[in-house]
Design a protein around this ligand. Sequence first.
Ligand code: PLP
Length: 434
Amino acid sequence: MSEHANLLRRHQAVLPSWLALNYAAPIEIATGKGSRVTDAEGTTYLDFFSGILTNMIGYDVPEVREAVERQLATGVVHTSTAYLLRGQIELAEKIARLSGIPDAKVFFTNSGTEANETALLIAAYARRTDQVLALRQSYHGRSFGTIGVTGNRAWTNVSYSPVHTHFLHGTDRHLPQFAGLDDEAYTRVCVQDLRHVLAAATGGDVAALIAEPIQGVGGFTAAPDGLLAAYKEVLDEYGVLLISDEVQTGWGRTGETFFGIQAHGVVPDMMTFAKGLGNGFAVGGVVARGDLMDGLHAVGLSTFGGNPISMAAANATLDYVLDHDLQANAAEQGATIIGGLRAAAERLPIVADVRGKGLMFAVELADPATGEPAPALAAALMEALRERGLLGGKGGLYGNVVRMAPPLTLTAAEAAEGLAILTDALEAVNAAAA
Ligand code: PLP
């Protein structure tokens, strides 16, 4: 048995069966530099998924490495958040300012799940209710509370949870009842439905609406710009809070705005974040209106949330994003790739949709004969991309979407290279399906 095959056997023996691995022959990534990773067998790939949106500014960034090394050199990896932690204070100040939320305060966690769990707790405390609204097809984490607000049953096959959730329309334009509706008409229907849910189904006794501005594992499906603002107007009438889950959409990734929800022209009551902020180091958190945040006083600290190593990595990453205006770079490189993919899609019947904003884009695949979602074609595209030296991520409600979120540092040459690989792989899968 090869060493690689043996590693896979050991993985399967001791790790959960649902910890899904990409590719028929899963990869062990050994090293990384910039936008590329090299596996243990020496093959180098363009990483168009940044790990899992974790390596937001690429691999082995000197500024991040040096910041972490400086902290390590003090001899303190972590003590306790019961002491003053300079890095935590500095990062909270930056995030509070960038959020646009009035009198904002920040609580750091180690993951997106914990961040959303905390936001739901804050809302439940503030509103004294366990009823919550979420969007269909959503994904917010894998804890007992967050699976309850996850509407994508491919990612959570559990339907019991301590929260009582009502799922709203917002990203389900594909449903036949919405055929032919433009953004304005669809938004109107969604808002009417929200009013109905508030008045008839919940009595308005609702803590919050939690929503991803662009759904991540849902397949990069987005609500029409402005829908969350229209929702907030109605929510405000009832005092219901709005939580924007920015775990995938934050820090300029979408190109047009720094946080995804800003495209809707509305300031939420809370935002949650994680994934890329530590550029691979575990950092998550909630930024919320100060009065809401302080309302959670009885819950206390997180042992590791806000620890000095994570804060050093996150401060260096965020500074890098701002200093190099990576939001603008995401807009520029994303426009090239999305434009190129749309042009290619016109001659590729397997491509049902090309969507996204900035460096967050996806290709949806359908059976060319029936138009039905085609997860097998998405799996074939993942393999074809890998063979050509590019890593992506699978997703979508039916597993028929290939998602891409390259590092925000992607160069124009890498964008062109990635687009060429994507086009070639799509053409090969299309030809095989014909
Ligand atoms: N929210 C969104 C939008 C996500 O995409 C994810 C993870 O994919 C989470 C929350 C959960 O984050 P974590 O896996 O860090 O717990």
